[in-house]
Design a protein around this ligand. Structure first.
Ligand code: GLN
Length: 270
């Protein structure tokens, strides 16, 4: 529990720092036309890597990937005069792909963490996430402490912050590797929960709500949570693109576009 709060505080101060940095760089780039100064993996395109099983941030509507991230990235691409190309990949391959120059951005409800900042840079945060615990309605797990203390099996999406926190040792606020089951999609963890293979799923709050709504007999525990910032991962060498994206995010926030997109998908809270 203590660790949960400590991690969250660390992330928030990082985000604050990023926000401040972006304000400073924004001023400098305002004078020059941003479009001329950055390069992308493929000329004229903004290649976004995501994992499209994370509603309402990214999910399939028929053949099309829609959601908050898809729409924000599309608005950013428009501002930069680029065509958005979305690639649906495993969540835990996104950072390496951005770092290796395969994708321009990772945009996947991705939390800014100290560890990820060693491999990539992040845009200004554009949304907030909370780690939630899903259990069956008849579960004896009542709160985070019961979950941590017991011998329960916890399902997570591989490589996510839920995975990272839960895989940590008990004295660091996790349940330890032995009790964590990793799945490539959050929904697969939820299916394992409904069939009794695991006892809980730790996942971001918005997909948690969507999964609980889509499945009988599940609930989200009301218990202290970790608050996280979502941002776009960008290659560390592409500072010009990072600056241009931050500038676009700022304009799209100020003119109400981003709040409008969030409201459309999360009406009660956006
Ligand atoms: N916010 C979590 C993370 O960044 C989960 C993201 C996801 O599953 N798409 O690790």
């Amino acid at each position: 529990m203590k660790t949960f709060k400590r991690i969250a505080a660390g992330i928030l101060s990082t985000a604050l720092l990023l926000g401040m940095t972006s304000c400073a760089t924004t001023k400098q780039t305002e004078a020059a036309p941003a479009a001329a100064s950055f390069t992308t993996v493929e000329s004229g395109k903004l290649i976004m890597a995501t994992n499209a099983f994370f509603p309402p941030y990214e999910y399939y509507e028929g053949e099309k990937i829609v959601g908050i991230d898809a729409e924000i990235a599309s608005a950013v691409a428009n501002k930069l005069g680029l065509e958005l190309v979305i690639e649906d990949v495993e969540f835990d391959s996104i950072i390496a792909g951005v770092q290796g120059g395969k994708y321009d951005i990772g945009c996947a409800g991705m939390t800014v963490t100290e560890d990820r900042l060693k491999s990539v840079n992040f845009s200004t945060p554009y949304a907030t996430g909370i780690q939630s615990i899903i259990v069956t309605t008849d579960s004896e797990i009542k709160d985070i402490d019961t979950l941590l203390d017991g011998s329960y099996k916890v399902g997570v999406q591989s490589g996510t912050t839920g995975d990272i926190y839960m895989s940590d040792t008990p004295d660091n606020g996790g349940v330890g590797e032995d009790r964590v089951e990793r799945f490539s999609k959050g929904n697969d963890a939820v299916i394992a929960l409904t069939s009794g293979k695991i006892d809980a799923v730790v996942i971001d709050n918005e997909p948690a709500k969507a999964f609980v709504a889509a499945n009988e007999g599940l609930k989200i525990l009301e218990t202290p949570y970790t608050v996280e910032d979502y941002a776009m991962a960008i290659n560390k060498d592409n500072v010009a693109l990072n600056d241009a994206i931050n500038q676009a995010l700022k304009e799209l926030t100020d003119d109400g576009t981003i709040p409008g997109i969030v409201n459309k998908y999360i009406p009660a809270e956006g």
